[in-house]
Every structure is written in structure tokens, then in C-alpha cells.
Design a protein around this ligand. Structure first.
Ligand code: KG4
Ligand code: ZN
Length: 332
């Protein structure tokens, strides 16, 4: 089965073709970085207009790369939510129109389920049941994955997402947007232990996270410093260490509470190599295995959406109505 996938929930316009026997045939991502960079964050209206501009050429390019004609496509999958309403509306309208014109089924999928399933696209597939840490720009959640489609939320952030903490700190340090990769790079030359930032909720016997206090802590620290390259690197390292420690602390607790020691990490922040390294250590201590997608499948992409559409289709889920119903908020 060949699935054409679209991802337009935020600031990446992505189109992919997934083949259920051959794997990913095309995976094209257009980042809107330069559009939003001057504003220090995503401007929803500009994002929606950019999706509209790029969807048609990127779809043609993806199908050319995948060497498929529209007659060979069996299913269209698109991100129905959660995300920015304008961008979701553009992607949903485009996907549904194509489905209608080509007379093939269309399926709106959950962006976070897409992220959770991304590691399944790897040859080294996670063993189930497993725990899954989903860390993106808008979400920080810990799930128990009993089987595909059966997810139990064990804990989540009470305020900011981990990615948001990276992005906001990067802005304070003048490192630009998106912050995660810039903080990771700056932290490499930071002096270990120069600053110690708080690890909120780490002594609490639950699986929740909190990152908004970190922002205040960084702001207080930065206000007393000259932003020299050295100071920026030291603060970046302290921030990264605090986030990594908070995440690994709750992953350890979750493994001990559930007795499940296989862990999947997904979402943009899962591209962070310091986090991967720390979680490798945690997992091996608990005698489990760590699974993560390659960086290109961690951040927003349409291959995970096409694959998720395929899994949902196998479960018998399909959009029955022609209505476009984007969901800005949508629990998994
Ligand atoms: O999953 P994603 O691409 O989009 C959302 O659905 O939110 O995640 C984007 C987030 C951003 O906050 C970005 O700063 C963060 O992932 N990110 C990283 C890294 N690469 C992306 N955070 C830390 N280290 C990275 N290498
Ligand atoms: Zn995402």
C-alpha cells in the first residue's frame, strides 16, 4: 500500500510517500525558519500562507522522487491536530481535495501519534510494551505504549514543554530560533557545573514535569551577565543539563514503577544528543533498550504522518465526511 502524507501543523511544510513493503520512498521537508526567524517565534498567519504556497510544488517533487503516479497512491494521510488552526486547515483542505479528486480514502491523524510511531520506521523497531517520552516544542509527555494505538498517559508537563524551555532560553541568549539545536551547539563548549539550574518536581513521587521556573532562573542569571560567547555557552550547558536531568529522572521512575524498561524517545527534543546519551545510561542500568528515530524523523516530518495513516487505516479508521475539522487541541 502506498500512502501520501502531509504535515502542516506548525512551521514545517512536509510531504512524504510511504510504501508499506518498501518503507519511505520520499520525505521532503520545507522549513519556514527564515520566514519566522525575524519574529523570534512562529507567526501562525505567515505559517498558513507558506503552507499554501509550498504544498503543491512539494507534492509534485515528492511523487517524482518516489516515482509514483497518483493512480498508484492508495491512501492520503494528513495531520488533523493538534497544532496551529490556520496551518492545519490548509493541510486538511489540500489533503481532502486531493482525496476527492483522485477518489481515494483520506485519513486525518494525530500529530503526536505520528511522533510516537516514528521510531517504527527504523529497521531496529521498538519492542512492545514500552515507555515513550514525547518531547517537542509544544508537548512533554510520558506514555505507556501497550500496543500500537493503545497509549496510557503516565505524566506530562504542568506548564512549559521542554522544547519551549530550549527555545525561550535561546532567545534570551541571542541564539535565535529554533533554540534546541543552537543551545546544544553552544553547550558543547560550556564549562560543566559553572551554574546549577533547578530540577523542578524531581523529588515528587509522580511522573510530571515543570519547566517554566527554569525560564525565570535563566532570566535572572542572564540579567547579571555580559553575553560573551563563554557565558552563553555556560548558561546553555546548565540549561541543557537541567532539562536532561528532569527528563531522565522521571523516565527512571516510570521504569521502576511500571517494570517496563524499553524506552522510545520522539519529538524534536529527541534529536538532542546529550539527552540520548543520558537516556542510554538510564536504560542500560534498568536492563532495557533505548529506541529513537534518526534526527530527520524526530522533528516534524510527513513520513511519520504517512506511516501513522497506514497504521490507523489498518485499524479501520477513515475520514467518512468531507468536512475539514482541524483540532488545535486534541488529547491522544
Ligand atoms: O517535534 P518538533 O519538530 O515540533 C513540534 O511538534 O513542536 O519539535 C520542535 C522542538 C523545538 O522546541 C526545538 O527547539 C526542539 O524541538 N529541538 C531540539 C533539538 N532539535 C530540535 N531541542 C534540543 N536539542 C535539539 N538538538
Ligand atoms: Zn511535532
Amino acid at each position: 500500500m502506498k500512502v501520501l502524507g502531509f504535515e502542516t501543523s506548525c512551521d514545517e511544510t512536509a510531504v512524504a510517500v510511504y510504501d508499506s513493503t518498501k518503507g519511505i520512498l520520499a520525505n521532503i521537508i520545507h522549513s519556514q525558519l527564515t520566514t519566522h526567524e525575524p519574529y523570534g517565534g512562529v507567526v501562525p498567519e505567515l505559517a498558513a500562507r507558506d503552507h499554501l504556497r509550498y504544498l503543491t510544488p512539494l507534492t509534485k517533487q515528492a511523487m517524482r522522487e518516489a516515482k509514483v503516479t497518483h493512480e498508484e497512491i492508495d491512501l492520503i494521510a494528513y495531520t488533523k491536530g493538534p497544532g496551529l488552526i490556520g496551518p492545519l486547515l490548509v493541510g486538511g483542505s489540500f489533503a481532502k481535495s486531493l482525496g476527492f479528486a483522485w477518489n481515494i480514502p483520506c485519513i486525518g491523524v494525530h500529530h503526536l501519534e505520528g511522533h510516537l510511531l516514528a521510531p517504527m520506521l527504523d529497521t531496529n523497531k521498538p519492542e512492545l510494551p514500552c515507555l515513550a517520552l514525547l518531547v517537542s516544542g509544544g508537548h512533554t509527555q510520558l506514555y505507556k505504549v501497550k500496543q500500537l494505538g493503545e497509549y496510557e498517559l503516565l505524566g506530562e508537563t504542568l506548564d512549559d514543554a521542554a522544547g519551549e524551555a530550549f527555545d525561550k532560553t535561546a532567545k534570551m541568549l541571542g541564539l535565535g530560533y529554533p533554540g534546541g539545536p543552537a543551545i546544544e551547539k553552544a553547550a558543547k563548549t560550556g564549562t560543566k557545573g559553572k551554574y546549577l539550574f533547578p530540577r523542578p518536581l524531581s523529588n515528587q513521587a509522580n511522573l510530571n514535569f515543570s519547566f517554566s521556573g527554569l525560564k525565570t532562573h535563566v532570566a535572572n542569571t542572564v540579567s547579571k551577565l555580559d553575553l560573551t560567547a563563554e557565558n552563553v555557552s555556560d548558561v546553555a550547558d546548565a540549561l541543557q543539563e537541567a532539562i536532561v536531568a528532569s527528563l531522565s529522572n522521571k523516565c527512571t521512575r516510570a521504569m521502576q514503577e511500571t517494570g517496563i524498561s524499553n524506552l522510545v524517545i520522539a519529538g524534536g527534543v529527541a534529536a538532542n544528543s546529550r539527552l540520548r546519551h543520558e537516556l542510554e545510561a538510564v536504560v542500560s542500568k534498568e536492563h532495557g533498550r533505548l529506541f529513537f528515530p534518526p534526527p530527520i524523523l524526530c522533528t516534524d516530518n510527513a513520513a511519520m504522518i504517512a506511516y501513522c495513516g497506514f497504521i490507523c487505516y489498518q485499524r479501520g479508521e477513515i475520514d467518512k465526511s468531507q468536512a475539514i475539522e482541524p483540532k488545535s487541541r486534541w488529547p491522544l
